[in-house]
Design a binder for this molecule. Sequence first.
Ligand SMILES: O=C1C[C@@](O)(C(=O)O)C[C@@H](O)[C@@H]1O
Length: 876
Amino acid sequence: MAATYAGQKRSFHQMRDVGTLPLSTGSTTSTSGVASPRGHTPHLDNARDTPDRASFASGTTEPSFRAASFEPDASVVLIGVKGVGKSSLGVLAANAYHRRLIESERVFYDTTGQTANAYRKLHGAVDYRKRHDEVLEQTFQRYGKDAVIVLSFADLEHEGAGRLRRYAATHPVIHIMRDVKGVSDYLKVWTEDRVKQLLRMSGPVIRACSNYDFFNRSATDDSSTMDLGRADEHEWSEARSANGSFLTLKRAERDFLRLLRNIIGDHDRGPSHQSAYPLSQILVEQRTYTYSVVVHFDAVVNGELDLEEVQTGADAVELVVPIDFDKASSGAKVDHNLVAKAFGIVRRASILPIILSLDEANDSSITSRAQQAEMINVFLRLAPEFCTVDLGLGDNVVEQVTSCKGYTRIIGLKHFAKRPGHGWNDSECVYVYHNMQRLGCDVAKLTMSTTIENDNFEVKAFKRRIRENSSIPRLTCYNTGIIGRTSLCFNYVLTPTRPEGPLSELEPDTDQPLVTAKQLTHALFAIFKHEPMHFFIYGLDVSWSLSPAMHNAAYAACGMAHHFTTISSNGMDELQSMMYKHTFGGCAVVQPYKTKVVSMMTVLSAHAEAIGAVNSVIPIRELLDDTSVPDELKIMSTRNRSGPVKALWGDNTDWIGLRACVRRGLSPANTVRSTSTGIVCGAGGQARAAVYALLSLGVMHVFVANRTLSTAHALADHYNKLIDSKVIKHAIGNDGTKARVRVIESFTDSWPAGFSLPTMVVCTIPSQKPDSSVPSNFTVPSSWLQNPTGGVAVELSYNPMVTPFVLQMRAEAKRGWILMDGFDHLPEQAFAQFELFTGRRAPRKLMRDVVLDHYRNQQKVDDGGGVERERAFAVD
Ligand SMILES: O=C1C[C@@](O)(C(=O)O)C[C@@H](O)[C@@H]1O
């Protein structure tokens, strides 16, 4: 009985109390800024706990920021009105974190044997309230740990809101929002106006008892789903119906998990939800010469920017939100929902960390300070990676912010609009830095408006003085305005830049960024901080490789004076000498040398060592005093410099690309579980990377099938030994069970008994036999593809791209199989390679476009829609 109820959705009208809520915007607002209850509106039992804007404005009370300090296993609560997608997000979160999913409606039913409505009818409203309240409290107590609890808006009635607010002091409570159209499409029976009113009215009520906001973007509201470079509407709608809803869900999953990572971390998240790109393992503020691209709120909400394009060459995106509510774009009042939406738009378009900052943050008038504090609270509710806080808000406020920041890193900001008497030598500058340190800021940002050229040198000396004694907070400091531009070139941490495009007028006093990331990178080459390097791809015959096109386009777009060439050779002598050249930047190694090159390396990454193959080599020019190789942070920050090569670092990015393809294509229904299975077809070099990728995703049952059985067994033995000796992270489950790699003896065998059908199929069989141009003609037995929720299929070959396996899997799309082909894998592994080669994030969209353009030019004909499927979706 309970099971039937679990899937059953009540109509909105059935939610009696919510259905009778006053929907007029005329609902009064209390002094606490919370909509006051009328009728059955959920009310707050202690409205005095909410920030009192009015009293802060008069300087008597400080604002109170929402709590955000939780035990790592504290249950996460999702709350929102009907139709915002909280149940789906609950499932995604519970799957990713291996937590229990608890739905309050279901708990009520299981406890009382009746739905809320039935209970109310039978026992009357008074009794119902009492019972509902008891059940809610029990739910909170019983499932306080390791659960994802989904509440309905009706749970906030009477005592519910107060209870939830108290719970929020020790548990993350996330307010799920959605655009009006998305909600009304879901509810069907309500007009958009009515939904709009409901959202407007419910917002303050829910916000008052929650501490985070998530704007769940719907397909209808998601412009990125349209950005597919599709040739015509027909193709677009076809592809959309095939996997449109899959993509919407995947995007929501990625964005929501990103939020959760910034709230509860990702240490206990399943490995299939973790990143493997080299730079994602390093905090952006730890790296050198990093740039943030500054985008303005108005431009984002009005859709004026190509958000993917503006990120080229950037390491973070800074979203600047106006504080002056009434003067915001098109006269509209900037409200919480809109800020959340703008943040959601940027989040969807970027894998980069997001910085939320206030515009006009330097206005320190009392009223504005109150508004600023309120907006900072709004920012923190979105759990961005960074939030900028002006020190002008007062030490108390900054301290409060740093104490409730969760995983958000706080950038303390001090702008000297008036140059202190001694410029950067003024004792005030040192004082400000130490004050930010004392207040718990993660990054200290000091900027100065100046017209004195020499200040650009003084700022460097100031930085050096600080760095001699302290490394935390990381210091970002530069001069603003026209003269100050020079100092931007020397700044290490998150230098603000503007998107590419003409700058109409240079305003001498402007604090807005005046340079682009490309200009700053150019400058690094111009002042010999960075030097032009030679990169190449090396193999027996690499004339066909698209790597040079991808990498060269990326260098040009980022302003790097590097170049990438091909070297085809039937031996490895040339490679040996090329890798020790003074201008050697790095190389991609291709068959037949991926395993042979291992012996030429001084040191291997743990991954390359486990795989036993190298596809990427980078030079190391600085060794530690004891002549050992430095750590990865140091290696990454010493790219782009020529000189004698002291050591070679061998890495493998094939597995990263493959892993990204599996993550992109695996639907939430098939999220990796202890019973999940994957199959790798082939047993060569790429198969080694594929098995490693699956193991790294936490797949406990990996199968290998290959025509030459002995090679398949050798591959399986290789990994089983590594698993037994605990070398591979994630290959041993929490309960101690070890992953196993098993061989399927023949492609005609039925799927091994006792194992679930595979949800991951990787084809590593070359599309052409090495010694001839005869196509391999490989397909998978269809009996292996019968998993009812489909799965993800990855084809590694891209020359040609349309292989028999690709055609086979395209035909399976209607049964839930998502295909990732060679043109998905090639750029993914190259993004990781670009990071290793240059120490900078790859311009992903551009590199994908290069591959896609090449394919279009080569084909000249439509291949049946395959190439037009979604490629913009990115995971990190
Ligand atoms: O296998 C491949 C494909 C590639 O060789 C290419 O450009 O085609 C590039 C390599 O980095 C990668 O390991």
